[in-house]
Structure formats: C-alpha cells, structure tokens
Design a protein around this ligand. Structure first.
Ligand code: PBG
Length: 313
C-alpha cells in the first residue's frame, strides 16, 4: 500500500555521478574524508563511467585535478586543450558516447595555486570580470573536447551569459549550460578541497551566498534564466531543501541539486561508527532531495544507489 500511494520515487535516471580525475597517477588515490570516493586515473575513470552507465545513472560530472606544478595564478591548466579535464572528457565520450550525459565543472579553483574560483585583482580579491574571460575560454575548450553540458560553478556575476555566448560563437549551440544558481558559502565543501587537492587561502564569501539568505537565490535564478541557463542547480542540497523547493516551484527548466562532499562524509562517518543505518540513511537523503523538487541529483552515491534501485524492482 505504501508503495502504491508513494508521492515520490527515485529512479536511476534521476542521478548524476560527480567524479574526480587526477593527472599523472597510475593508481586511484582514496580521498580520506570521503571513504569510498577516489581520485581516478584516466583508466579507472573510464571504468567508473561505464559502471554508472550500466547501472542506469543519467550523467557524470567531471572534475579535473592537475599536477601541483601546473597550478598557477590564472589556472592555465583549465584552458589547456591537453589539460586533464579536457583529456578526461574525450576519454569518457569515447567510452560511453551518448549513453551517459557528460558534464564538466567549469571553474578555476581546481587549477589556481591560490585555490580561488577566479583570478585575483591586485588587492587579493577575486576579479569578477577578468574571471569571466577565463570562463569563456574554459567553456570553449571543454566543448571542443566533446562535453554535453558545462556546469559553471564559480558564482561570478554574468557567468552564464558569457559562457552561453562563448559556446555559440564557436558553433556549440548544442552544448547545454547547467547553472550553479544558488550556491551557498558552505562548511560542507570541506572534503571537496581534499578531493581536488585545493589549498584555498581565505574563503569564498565574496562570491558565494550567505546561508542566511533565501530571496537572494530567486534573484540569482532570474538572472541565470535571463542569461540562458538550460538547467539550474541548488547547492548544497540537504541544508537548503527550502531553497530547492522554492526554486523548483518557480521555474519551468529542469532543477538539479548537488548533495556535496560534506553531506556524503557525514553519513559515511556516522555509519562507520555504527551510529546510523548507512543504506537507509542514503536512501532517505536522496528521497528528501527529490521530494523537495530536484529533477536531477548529483550524488557520490549515484552508482551504488542506482544499483540498489535496480535490484529492488
Ligand atoms: C567549485 C566547486 C566546489 C564544489 C563543486 N564545484 C567547491 C567550492 O565551491 O568550494 C564542491 C562539491 C562538493 O563539495 O562535493 N569548483
């Protein structure tokens, strides 16, 4: 009876797997703060993409981790056609073709030596407009590598419009833009910094949102839609379900939510201590995000959760 009257269902197609690929390694490197998640080699990333695909996961969101020596103030490796993310996009497309939606993080923090999402002005703060020029170039190299969807995650003002224009200029009208619309300055990104080997100095409070604000997200949403976003995202997911519900109720484009590294780490840590039923907790967090209005969920549990959903049918 519960199954019959359930208002919300999860399906493997609701899920997107975020994945890290690191340059210059021959074995995957475990991420301490995210047990079960690794920095992939090019080879193991291809395998992970195939596994996700076979489990029915809808997409994969790729993050590149360059060699330390390649990080610089401008994040040059992020726009190098032979940079790790571009290489990984080509690898994954060659492996899964169009069976999995291939997405890429469009942001500089993985590539800058200071760890910020943009380039810095003389006073050490992120220079919004100079960063937009870098994002335009990133969008083009990622599109040239064959990505289906770019995900600008840096929260610069005007980033969606600039990225859309840059793609259209080189004839990549078909590449979609998933806008990180409401992205809060969150403590829950902690484990991600280890995942991408980032040594962030300072914080992101000059460009990410204040957790105290909700209406601000609707303003961000209006701007992103006006600038040409094809899909919009709320991030983190769990602590911001009210924002997610409000965004989902006010748009007609697909809405995504990102269950981030810290949300993953909390459940894994509590489960490891035997304080929580791991599988039930994972299922409940995902269902809650879906119920709040997310069409798509980015989650590090994507493949595992999809397999469990398949087995339960
Ligand atoms: C920025 C970016 C971040 C995440 C995704 N894209 C880090 C940040 O904004 O600090 C976090 C994802 C996670 O924590 O799982 N490139």
């Amino acid at each position: 009876m519960r199954r019959m009257v359930a208002e919300t269902r999860l399906h493997p197609s609701d899920l997107i797997l975020p994945a890290f690929v690191r340059e210059g390694i021959t074995e995957p490197v475990p991420i301490q703060a995210m047990p079960g998640v690794v920095q992939h080699t090019r080879d193991t990333l291809r395998k992970a993409a195939v596994e996700a695909c076979e489990a029915g996961v809808a997409g994969i969101m790729l993050f590149g981790v360059p060699e330390d020596a390649k990080k610089d103030a401008l994040g040059t490796a992020g726009t190098d056609p032979e940079g790790i993310l571009q290489v990984a996009i080509r690898d994954v497309r060659a492996e899964v073709g169009d069976d999995l939606v291939v997405m890429s993080d469009l942001c500089l923090d993985e590539y800058t030596d200071h760890g910020h999402c943009g380039v810095l002005a003389a006073d050490g703060r992120v220079d919004n407009d100079a960063t937009l020029e870098r994002y335009a170039e990133m969008a083009q190299v990622q599109a040239d590598a064959g990505v289906h969807v770019v995900g600008p995650s840096g929260m610069m003002d005007g980033q969606i419009g600039v990225v859309r224009d840059a793609l259209d200029t080189i004839g990549k009208e078909d590449v979609s833009v998933l806008a990180y619309t409401a992205k809060y300055s969150s403590a829950f990104y902690g484990p991600f910094r280890e995942a991408v080997g980032s040594s962030l100095r300072g914080d992101r409070k000059t460009y990410q949102q204040d957790p105290a604000n909700a209406r601000e997200s609707l303003r961000e949403l209006a701007l992103d839609l006006e600038e040409g976003a094809d899909m919009v995202m709320v991030k983190p997911a769990g602590p911001y379900l009210d924002i997610l519900a409000e965004v989902a109720a006010s748009v007609d484009v697909p809405v995504a939510a990102y269950q981030i590294s810290g949300e993953y780490a909390m459940v894994e840590a509590a489960a490891e201590k035997g304080w929580i039923d791991r599988e039930a907790a994972i299922a409940e967090t995902l269902l809650g995000i879906r119920r709040a209005g997310a069409r798509m969920i980015l989650t590090y549990w994507a493949t595992e959760a999809a397999r469990r959903l398949n087995a339960a049918r």
